[in-house]
Design a protein around this ligand. Sequence first.
Ligand SMILES: O=c1[nH]cnc2c1ncn2[C@@H]1O[C@H](CO)[C@@H](O)[C@H]1O
Ligand SMILES: [Zn+2]
Length: 389
Amino acid sequence: MTSETHTTLPTRAQIQRAPKVLLHDHLDGGLRPATVVDIARETGYDDLPETEPEALGVWFREAADSGSLERYLETFRHTCAVMQTRDALVRVSAECAEDLAADGVVYAEVRYAPEQHLEQGLTLDEVVEAVNEGFREGERRAREAGHRIRVGALLTAMRHAARALEIAELANKYRDNGVVGFDIAGAEAGFPPTRHLDAFEYLKRENNHFTIHAGEAFGLPSIWQALQWCGADRLGHGVRIIDDIKVAEDGTVELGRLAAYVRDKRVPLELCPSSNLQTGAAASYAEHPIGLLRKLRFRATVNTDNRLMSGTSMTDEFEHLVRTFEYTLDDMQWFTVNAMKSAFIPFDERLSMINDVVKPGYAELRSQWLFRQASADRAVTSDSSRYLG
Ligand SMILES: O=c1[nH]cnc2c1ncn2[C@@H]1O[C@H](CO)[C@@H](O)[C@H]1O
Ligand SMILES: [Zn+2]
């Protein structure tokens, strides 16, 4: 019975209740469709492709499902358009924290590019302060609803633009006030991370943290630059590290120098399975490199990237992985501890999240599960399904 218990796959309800940690989620990629519609109406933005929330949600998913990162990114025009006022930014950020908390996320680092929210006169500082205010409000509302979440912001600079140093300075200015690190995002091909070396060197001199979108639409050279030229603490996606791993017919695995470095140095990979399927970085969940990377014990983490464009949540991402790779609660805990270890908040705070929140949460789920298993055994069920309802 014991081995059966340990191999039984978690149900959706368990996945949802399990404490989850999210390191890679875009604020402008996670709006509620109804909020996009509301703010567009309030602010007079009349360029939305659909004005009914459900249809708009479908539109985002389909438009983002293009197989190309560049076309995927075009959909952000509409979300950024409704995130240009203080009130809109506060609202979107508060709802983001609320939605993540309701999904069982206990710690999140949510990123956005301040430079994309200046069209109606806000300053960079005003943007950061509005988002911070929204996150605090969302944390408060989540607490009232019985959920516990902590949200930190990552400030993103757009890689095709030339404001990275300025945004890095902004991240440093707010490092003790809601902002936990820096990132660069946007189209990868043609915009190598070394274009923004000044920003990364500045942050390193300030002992600050940053992640870099690399190894998503473009392969190993981008990962190599992000790590060895720019000094990234984590890789946004990094999924193409798979190109440096050879699996022979007999199952023997050989890591190239870069893949070995990434694994040896425990470089966190912010993997985003559903997003990769949409941009063409992976063909199916079954073929997604996360399966092999987990087996090889890379520092892999599970993330949503853009909940609106992918119609996803942390629960959805884990559910896909559970069904595809037969991951158990132990696997989920492994990914979650990996993520918490890789967060940009101080070490003692990460440790206390792991010991006081993550591990007890999984222990509680396991004990409830054992209890249910024992009751089910007594009732002599004929249900052979491994997905216990
Ligand atoms: O997966 C991705 N790869 C690269 N850039 C992205 C991805 N998702 C979103 N953004 C870009 O990041 C900006 C700030 O949040 C978004 O506006 C979008 O252009
Ligand atoms: Zn991303």
